[in-house]
Design a protein around this ligand. Sequence first.
Ligand SMILES: [Zn+2]
Length: 140
Amino acid sequence: MSMHAKRSSRVDLSLWSEASRRSMLAAFPPKYYTDIHYVCYHCGGQSVFLGADQKITFEVKRQYVWQRRVLCERCKLESERLKAELRSIRKVRKERGAFAHHDRAQSERMLTLLQLLPKYALRKDTAAIRMLEKELGDVV
Ligand SMILES: [Zn+2]
């Protein structure tokens, strides 16, 4: 490791979030963040969580240190796009209230999004999926 890489990925515990500082990792902290190689959960592609990125993630963005990357950059962006689309559909449906189910195309799109998200390692919203399937009459 070069001197520059060492400096740029040195662990500074004092910058971790409170939750991170209470974690098991804080008891035996590494001296440096080292590159973590992983396989993307969605596309199966090889990806790397660089030591320098970890420093930014845990010390600047102050995310929890046990957090592990599961998606490559491209799939992460795609999952964020899908989540944003789902949020905007939910907002519209909330505004329409009882009339939400009148827009069948939108209900179908919402169901598709809910079924897609678990493929990006996101929580499966089973209750919402069942509700939409019932609404769309796919459940007998
Ligand atoms: Zn991927």
